[in-house]
Design a binder for this molecule. Structure first.
Ligand SMILES: Cc1ncc(COP(=O)(O)O)c(C=O)c1O
Length: 406
């Protein structure tokens, strides 16, 4: 075994020695480890990955099938088919208007939110540059920044105290982190993994900060419709001026249960249109037309589906919060949006070990908080975009485990 391991190590380093440092810097996902450990365990309720348990509604899939049958199998517009860009503009105007109508020229169809994010980061930074990322944060922000050869500067968010604490940005820490290499700040609201939803005042503070330092804002508002007390979350759209340096990655993945389709969009100033078209051309060369037809069906006919998903998320949020609060031993801020609960259990500071134990002893698949940055240590992320019956079972299993392991 030793010899075999040694040979593998030598073989691995022979290849890795020839790899670009920026590619080597890209970290393994801290979520995948626990997912691989428990994915085939019978009876485990999987809350580790950020997606709904619902399949894509059939009226959406049917649009893709019709497109394939009609022979839409050729190369297409790099920016996305006009009908989809127009529909996105209409939908954005309905949701974020009436300040001013959105032009379809602001929207660029991408391979999921992840590709939109990658293009956004590629536009604003490169090797040696720094991106400010308030954490705990979705690990892909950091991974994409590192893949560019740029640096991630984590600024920990603050969790308030009391029975109903709230997360907030530490503006002083952000100020202190700015230096000549800083290019951008990533703001994700509602947040994965926290459910923190920035107030307009918080967004205004970030905008003032970014303007003062000439920074870009990468505004990830993909969970903007998953809010529990309003139709949508506060947005930079509510306060920005036309010349503010803001890019918005977006996705069809979460609202319409389309994670596997890999389709999203980037919203950016029209003046960057040709540049973004070029970046699409030389990375993916566009998005499959049948996926775009499906996305069009989703955005035009999917309002009821989204409303039902949000209703379910609210019900699940309330159920988990009530059950966890009753233990008296769990620490968390009730999420205002998104579909994640970020929580710790008193007496269990090692979240990675805790996550493994919960798979074995409670049949619950949770993501360890360390995966979301140093500020996430000691917590777990639970994705509650599942049936209320399953979430009731999770509440029961976890509270029973906590009572037994007091
Ligand atoms: C905050 C955030 N942004 C962007 C994405 C990207 O989604 P996708 O690439 O699946 O479209 C995700 C997915 O988990 C996310 O949580």
């Amino acid at each position: 075994m030793q010899v075999e391991g040694g040979r593998n190590t030598a073989e691995r380093s022979r290849w890795l020695d020839r790899v670009q440092p920026s590619a080597l810097a890209v970290p393994d996902s801290g979520i995948v480890e626990i997912f691989n450990y428990g994915r085939n365990r019978e009876g485990v309720i999987p809350l580790w990955v950020g997606e709904s348990d619902q399949p894509t509604p059939s009226f959406i899939s049917a649009a893709a099938i019709r497109s394939l049958e009609a022979g839409e199998t050729f190369y297409t517009y790099q920016r996305g088919i006009p009908a989809l860009r127009e529909a996105i503009a209409r939908d954005m105007t309905a949701l974020y208007g009436p300040r001013e109508a959105f032009s379809p020229e602001r929207f660029f169809v991408t391979i999921g939110g992840m590709h939109a994010l990658q293009i956004a980061m590629r536009i604003v930074g490169g090797p040696g540059d720094e991106f400010l990322v308030p954490t705990p944060a979705w690990p892909n922000f950091g991974g994409a920044i590192m893949a560019l050869g740029a640096r991630v500067v984590e600024t920990p968010m603050r969790l308030g105290s009391g029975v109903h604490p709230r997360w907030s940005l530490d503006m002083a820490a952000l100020e202190a982190a700015v230096n000549p290499a800083t290019r951008a700040i990533v703001i994700n609201s509602p947040s994965n993994p926290l459910g923190w939803t920035a107030t307009l005042e918080e967004l205004e503070a970030v905008l003032r900060f970014a303007r003062r330092h000439g920074l870009w804002i990468i505004a990830d508002e993909i969970y903007g419709r998953f809010t529990f007390d309003a139709v949508r979350a506060p947005s930079f759209h509510d306060i920005m001026a036309a010349d503010d340096l803001i890019l918005f990655p977006q996705t069809f993945s979460k609202n319409w249960a389309m994670t596997g389709w890999r389709i999203g969009w980037l919203e950016a100033p029209e003046a960057l249109g040709q540049l973004i078209e070029n970046l699409v051309q030389y990375s993916t060369s566009g998005v499959a037309v049948p996926s775009q037809r499906a996305a069009l069906a989703a955005i035009e006919g999917g309002a009821d589906f989204v409303a039902e998903q949000v209703r379910r998320a609210r019900q699940n949020r309330d159920m988990l919060c009530a059950a966890f609060e009753a233990t008296g031993r769990m620490r968390f801020a009730a999420p205002d949006g998104g579909f994640y609960l970020f929580c710790g259990i008193e007496g269990y500071p090692d979240a990675r070990r805790l996550a493994f134990r919960l798979v074995d002893e409670a049949g619950i698949g949770a993501a360890p908080g360390d995966a979301f940055g140093a500020a996430g240590a000691g917590s777990l992320r639970l994705c509650f975009a599942r049936s209320p019956a399953q979430i009731a079972e999770v509440a029961d299993r976890l509270t029973t485990w906590v009572a037994r392991n007091a």
